[in-house]
Design a protein around this ligand. Sequence first.
Ligand SMILES: [Zn+2]
Length: 373
Amino acid sequence: MAQGEVDTKKCGSALISGLATDLKPRYHFAALEKTYYERLPYRNHIVLQETTQHATRFIALASVGNPEKKKYLYAFSIVPMKLMDAAELVKQPPDVTENPYRKSGKEASMGKPIPAPEEESACQFFFDLNEKQGRKRSSTGRDSKSSPHPKQPRKPPQPPGPCWFCLASPEVEKHLVVNIGTHCYLALAKGGLSDDHVLILPIGHYQSVVELSAEVVEEVEKYKVTLRRFFKSRGKRCVLFERNYKSHHLQLQVIPVPLSRCTTDDIKDAFVTQAEQQQIELLEIPEHSDIKQIAQPGAAYFYVELDTGEKLFHRIKKNFPLQFGREVLASEAILNIPDKSDWRQCQVSKEEEEMLAHRFRKDFEPFDFTLDD
Ligand SMILES: [Zn+2]
C-alpha cells in the first residue's frame, strides 16, 4: 500500500488507541479507512522490564466488494487464549516491533491522556514503524543514540506501490523471514535451490546495492561475513548474486555450495563458460571493490560474488536471461540439480516453508550478531 493512500495525520482515534493499549487484543481489526493494511505485530510489554505478553496484530480491511479489489476478507483460525499453552501464547514473532501506542512509560503510568488524532504521535499505528522507535526506546531507559544496536532503522524508504520485499509491506511472506537486523533482514528464498538458500534484503525499499546508504551497506557486509562463517561451519561455501534488472527491491541471493562438490575456481569457470555461451560479457572485479564504482544508479547489471570476495560483473543492455545466476548454480558444473533451475518447479507447501524457516533460525542462532548487546 502506498503511504499517500491514507493520511495518517488525520485518521486514528485517541480513544481507540487507549483501548488497544489497555485491552492488548491479539487481533485488532479496523475498517474506517476503507483500505487494506497489515501492520507488523507489536509487543505489549517492555523488553527486560515487564513480563512477556502476547503480541498484537493490527489489520485494516477495505470495504466489501470495493472496485479497486483491495483485500476486504481476512481468513484465519484462532485458538482461544484460555486454551493456549502460556509459552506458545507469549511467543514473539520474529518481525515484532515495539508498541506504537507507548509514548513513554512514565506518561502512561501517570495516566496522561493520549494525544488527539491531529497530533502526529497518535497516528503512528498506521505506518510509522520506525520514525519514533528511537524515542520510544529511550522510554525504556535506553537512549537510541547511545544504544549500539537499535533494532529498527530510522526511516527506510517507502515503495511506490505494493512490494513483496519491503519488510513493513503486507505482501511480505513473513513466515520466510529468518533474521532481522537494523537495516536488513534475511529470508529463505521461495523455491530456493536448497533448503538453506537465503536472501539478504534491505528492510526499506532500495532497488539495488548501488542505492544503499553507507550504514545499510555496512550491515549487508556484516550479513555476508556472518553467512560465510555459518555456511563454512556446515561444510559449505557461499555464492552470492544480484540482478538489478526487472526487479524493484534489492535481493542478494546467497546460495551455499558443499565444499565437496567443487572449488571456488570451478564455480568461477562455470560462470565464465556459461556466460560466454550466451554472449554475456563478465568482467572480473577484484576483491573489496565496490559495485558503486562500476555501476551508475539506475543502470541494469548482474554480478556474482564468490566466497573469496571476487566478483564477476555484467552490464545489462537488454534481454538478460532472468534465471542466469540460478541456472549456472543448478548446472552440472556446480550443484548438478538442473531440474531446479526454475524456481517455480521448487515450490513447497507453506507448512514446509515454515518448517525450513524454523530450522534455519535455530541453526543460525549461534551466529546471530543481531542478538549481541
Ligand atoms: Zn520494497
